[in-house]
Design a protein around this ligand. Sequence first.
Ligand code: SF4
Length: 169
Amino acid sequence: MKPLSGGLLCLPEHERASLERDPIVTGSLRFVVSNKNVTPGPYPACRGYTRWRRNVPIGNMPEMSKDEALELRKSIGMMRKEYRYGQICLRCGYCQPCPQGVVAPTIFRALDMYRNYPENLKHLGVELYRSLEIKADACEECKKCLRKMPAGLNIPEMLKEVVEIFASL
Ligand code: SF4
């Protein structure tokens, strides 16, 4: 699940536009496929059929060598993106249910869409957030979700940020 770390493990749009394949995406998926303990395989989200079709053959690529894995790590490091487990919500849902009915994974999904989608699609995040009956401001900071979720995200604080961002739109 989330082999591309919620969309962080990819080249910036302008760099990959001219490439047949994003080497970071290909490498990251191959890294997972090469791990014999992972079955049946990685489960990346794809924006559209074309990307999905590009990803499928990665399952048949030869196992990644240690040197290739090291090169991949270096390439990811050179992107200077901050990514680590617990940095963003990966929508595992372990924090649920919330006594106030706050569905944090969907709220954070709306924020991700607004922040990371191309300019012409950002409105989808805003619309998703506006469509939610119970929004981030319903959080009463009881912190029950913190005891259940494994990634160490400070959900109540993150929800406050969501409230501010969407209130300003
Ligand atoms: S802290 Fe907020 S989001 Fe978490 S369980 Fe309590 S009310 Fe729900």
